[in-house]
Design a protein around this ligand. Structure first.
Ligand code: MN
Length: 344
């Protein structure tokens, strides 16, 4: 790891037999859930009192993970029991997000909680004043990878059991698109070797994660690609728009649009793909790029979103049509940056 961190205060907190909570971002993905549950297994193995609290529900394709059913869902917390748990926590892990505004309605309780906050994350520009310990680098493939390294740093690596290893595998495999991006560092593969040595069945896990579609989910993908994909060749960009009606027609469930945004990038000349999904009062935007184009700059500059160089997200409060028009206007500005050719 290319940065040094002072763990002194962290170890002091850990030595007081703290109540620990692990939190992750809104609309949690494979890395969010995988890294959170892996850390949960490690800390539980060390004998700590620990709970995972997530802002809203997680996609069904992750429900095979050991003890995933014990995760507490803040959005469903009718009696404020979860809120009280946040207030009472001595140690709060913040996984796979770089700022407290990424945890939706949990933001306020976590912000004002007394617990010592530890950030473990791989997004750029963490809000440094929101956490007491920051274990963050954009050079990591995933937060799962950083949880592995964190466990190593604090001397608990030996507690990564098979359950934890399966969760870490999931985080790494989903955040690298099965080793197709963010996967040029040897460390990631070295960690994978160790996870295999813990006895995980990588082939079977990959099937659990990826060969788990409902019929309607696959048909939604087909519909998105054949009917709703707009190519703008002069800007090397593809836009897919999914309306509320599309989602209803294809019996949309959380997570069903996951991955759709990546498909247009398989077209040779397309360097950026944008998925627009119509939600209750907003349009959710996902950006992906291949090569050097930084989609997080568009997400943050024009839509107050953010993310990674090749994967970012944001919200638009305009209509679908207005959002598409705004994107077209923005593309003209980045034209010379999108006009590249992937070569060896
Ligand atoms: Mn991640």
């Amino acid at each position: 790891m290319s940065f040094t961190i002072d763990f002194t205060v962290f170890h002091e907190v850990l030595s007081t037999n703290p109540n620990i909570i692990i939190t992750t971002h809104h609309n949690p993905d494979g890395d969010a859930i995988g890294s959170s549950l892996a850390l949960y297994h490690v800390l539980k193995g060390a004998g700590y009192q620990v709970s995972v609290i997530i802002p809203n529900r997680f996609p069904d394709f992750l429900n095979w993970m050991s003890e995933s059913e014990k995760m507490l869902i803040f959005e469903d917390d009718k009696n404020s029991n979860v809120k009280q748990l946040i207030e009472a926590a001595d140690l709060i892990f913040c996984l796979d997000y770089n700022a407290l505004n990424r945890i939706d309605k949990m933001e306020e309780p976590v912000r004002f909680a007394k617990g010592f906050k530890v950030l473990i994350d791989h997004h750029p520009n963490p809000k440094e004043n929101e956490f007491q310990l920051i274990f963050s680098t954009t050079s990591a493939s995933s937060t799962a990878e950083l949880v592995y390294r964190f466990a190593e740093q604090i001397g608990l690596k030996h507690l990564i059991n098979k359950d934890a290893a399966e969760c870490l595998y999931t985080g790494i495999i989903t955040d690298t698109g099965s080793f197709s991006y963010a996967c040029n560092a040897a460390t990631t593969y070295q960690i994978m070797v160790e996870l295999i040595e813990k006895g995980i069945d990588a082939e079977n896990l990959h099937r659990l994660i990826y060969d788990n579609f409902s019929e309607s989910r696959l048909r939604l993908l087909g519909h998105a690609l054949s009917r709703n994909m707009l190519l703008i060749p002069e800007y090397h960009t593809a836009i897919i728009a999914l309306s509320k009606q599309d989602l209803t027609d294809f019996k949309y469930k959380t997570g069903d649009s996951e991955g759709i945004v990546n498909y247009p990038l398989t077209i040779k000349e397309i360097n950026m793909a944008i998925l627009l999904t119509e939600r209750e009062n907003l349009i959710r935007i996902s950006f992906r790029s291949k090569g050097k184009f930084a989609v997080n700059q568009i997400a943050s500059k024009y839509f107050e979103g953010g993310g990674h160089l090749n994967a970012a997200g944001a919200n638009s409060y305009l209509s679908m049509e207005e959002t598409i028009n705004k994107i077209k206007t923005i593309l003209a500005e980045f034209n010379d940056q999108l006009d590249y050719v992937i070569t060896k």
